[in-house]
Design a protein around this ligand. Sequence first.
Ligand SMILES: Nc1ncnc2c1ncn2[C@@H]1O[C@H](COP(=O)(O)OP(=O)(O)OP(=O)(O)O)[C@@H](O)[C@H]1O
Ligand SMILES: [Mg+2]
Length: 465
Amino acid sequence: MATVLVVDDERSMREFLAICLRREGYQVSVAESGGRALDWLAEHEVDVVVTDLRMPGPVDGLGLLRGIRERGLDSEVIVVTAFATPETAIAAMKQGAYDYLTKPFKVDEIHAVIGRALEKRALVEANLALREKVSGRYRLASLLGRSPQMQRVFELIGKIHSTRTSVLITGESGTGKELVARALHSEGSRSQKPFVAVNCGAIPADLMESELFGHKRGAFTGAVADKPGLFQQADGGILFLDEIGELTLSLQVKLLRALQERKVKAVGDAGEVEVDVRIIAATNRELEEEVARGAFRSDLYYRLNVIEVRLPALRQRREDLPLLIEHFVRRYAAEQDKRIAGLAPEVARALAAYDYPGNVRELENIIEHALTMASGSRIEVGDLPRLRQQALSGTADGAGVEIPDEGFDLDRAIADYERVIVQRAMAQAGSVRKRAARLLGISFRSLRYRLAKLGMEEQEDEADE
Ligand SMILES: Nc1ncnc2c1ncn2[C@@H]1O[C@H](COP(=O)(O)OP(=O)(O)OP(=O)(O)O)[C@@H](O)[C@H]1O
Ligand SMILES: [Mg+2]
């Protein structure tokens, strides 16, 4: 039953309205002042408030309207005024009143207005419910995607999140492999248990064994106490082995053993400990190729790859771009406390045409950068990262490149360009190489290799994350 609150300082008016509306089947309450009405609204849900505009006391009709909006209440407000002064009625409408009536009004009139207000409310609610449903369908945990490829990924996650089977997540850098691993955890039956992530490429090979399986005191110099490994920390939950392709062959053997036996042996320990850990591994390498050339053990590959979640590159699912762009614009606008209404048309075109070698991460970086630069209410082309402006706006057509008659050193030119880009990224990342690698959409190792090749190693000593 729809609820109505009638607010009027005049008793006869209150009672008259209450009787008429009850007869129509509404559940009616009354209040004799704006202040009383706000008290009532603080504790009751009301669909429609019918209030007199002119009332004595600190809170008149407009004050009540303001109070309702300030408190974020969504009741529809209909104001009633004996003075057919359009200004007050207009003021009330401007402040969000649904409609107004002038006294004297006919009973039919008030029925009609309340009926329309209720219809509007129902529509708004239906819209909200619809929007929630839609966003629910295009979102899984923090993963967004409406493309058929991402929808299939969501479906697959839905099927496997609560099994114990190992999962191998593959895809280019920045496609969301870590997010998938986290979604498998948060959506699954192990969500209350630990999620332990380890980047196999970031830990030196000689420390990796003790990292994974733990060590006993005195097992090696520096092992001053027993230390449990990541397997034990993840007991009951999930161990996420990121960049699994970076694992050395000798560790691959040990990992395989642990997976088969469901037991781990700490470095320097004679015995083994039982663990219940689900393994999720991720790689941006083609592991099959690594297996073919003997860099990755096939038995471990098949053990890990019981189920493969293959993430498509962003350029293969352009339908996801608008959703992701809107999401990142909103997120960074909120974070930076900026009001951004949208993108300049050229920006929208450029973003739609770009290839995103660094995938979603690159798109996110572009938007974050643009928002930082944006000074108006719109993102303009000039706000985009300069390095990418050319590529983004499709003007990397060779304009400005001159090939002298005596010849041109292509490798040198490419190396020069690479140096400029890498330097720029390092500067933008505050010399933190991991961050720079992320900006460039390449692996940490690849960046290290490039820095060495370009003779930029002196930066190696600086602070890393
Ligand atoms: N489908 C998606 N929806 C929303 N955000 C996403 C999506 N995919 C990736 N992202 C965002 O992009 C960034 C990169 O994602 P993530 O770290 O999961 O990628 P990755 O595949 O693990 O990359 P890498 O191989 O470089 O480690 C993150 O900030 C993540 O939040
Ligand atoms: Mg990752």
